[in-house]
Design a protein around this ligand. Structure first.
Ligand SMILES: [Mn+2]
Length: 310
């Protein structure tokens, strides 16, 4: 049997529906063989959720499987935790930096693909492994395309001693060369980048990009751009649903809030729920009216913010 493709993701209980729909979309839009080996870094997944995700894979692909890793047991977790104690933002906690550990997982393959759990993969992900050469491949970040003039990103780059005029990538989807990660000590480079942000909150109290900015510093000027269809960054509902419903061949990345599993069922997220319904989480929908209103409110706030920011 051919070696299955390794996909790494970070899973939490509040994103479990996203993970389930991601699984289904990856498996439905790629050839049956050689299948995928999902390596899930668990933040707080319950045993019940783990079993449901396993059952979903078993139902959809005989050649695919899941391995779970507890965040704190992964090689390097303690070192990240230690480095973070020197920082003081509320978001400076290990779970927000879990992605930095992807290259440290025991994966016996040349390359791994990382996918955020807020992605719907309407494209054959097995082609992503060879989509571009290079040690680290990712898609340019939409939101920060203008980062040279965005004071938050600019100051983060400058703090880390990088040229703020270079292109900046989104870390929701990336292809990582594991041998290069080890031989070039990229994990250590990530750790070394962390202390640059010790005084960050005093200069710019928001928009710290966590793992994304650290990867951007470590792979500064060394990463390879992927075509935008590998990470089509879109808020959960912004009229993009027509493109999604039409089956446009992209990896749709639902950046910001709310996520599609929190919005009331409708045109905006029906494709998301079609994929969810292929899994052991079939039929699950946003629960309470209160939750729906809260999410509507948070979406309105997000739109207003984008509007003001231009
Ligand atoms: Mn994301």
């Amino acid at each position: 049997m051919a070696v299955s493709h390794p996909i790494v993701s970070v899973c939490s209980e509040s994103f479990v529906l996203g993970t389930a729909a991601l699984l289904a979309s990856v498996l439905k839009n790629a050839p049956v063989s050689p299948g995928f080996h999902f390596h899930f870094i668990s933040l707080d997944l319950s045993e019940a959720s783990k079993e449901k995700l396993q059952a979903s894979v078993a139902k959809l692909s005989a050649e695919s499987k899941i391995t779970y890793y507890n965040l704190r047991d992964i090689d390097g977790a303690k070192a990240v935790d230690q480095a973070l104690t020197q920082l003081s933002l509320a978001t400076h906690q290990l779970p927000y930096f879990a992605k930095l550990l992807a290259g440290n997982l025991p994966i016996d393959c040349p390359r791994l693909v990382f996918l955020d759990s807020d992605i719907l993969a309407l494209r054959n992900v097995s082609e992503l492994f060879d989509a571009a050469p290079g040690h680290f491949c990712a898609v340019e970040d939409d939101h920060y395309r203008d980062h040279a003039t965005d004071p938050a990103v600019n100051s983060q780059f400058t703090l880390a001693g990088c040229d703020p005029d270079t292109t900046y990538f989104n870390s929701g989807v990336f292809v990582l060369d594991i041998a290069h990660w080890k031989s070039e000590r990229m994990f250590e480079k990530c750790l070394e980048a962390l202390p640059s942000f010790r005084d960050y909150e005093r200069t710019k109290p928001k928009w710290f990009l966590m793992d994304q900015v650290i990867f951007n510093v470590a792979y500064h000027s060394q990463w390879t751009p992927l075509e935008p269809h590998w990470n089509r960054q879109c808020p959960a509902s912004l009229g993009i649903h027509h493109e999604i419903n039409a089956g446009s061949q992209c990896l749709f990345h639902f950046i910001g809030k709310p996520k599609p599993w929190n919005l009331p069922y409708g045109d905006e997220n029906k494709t998301f729920f079609e994929y969810l319904d292929l899994t052991a989480f079939a039929g699950q929908r946003p629960a309470s009216t209160w939750l729906r209103w809260r999410n509507r409110l948070s979406y309105a706030k997000y739109r207003l913010h984008r509007l003001i920011k231009g």
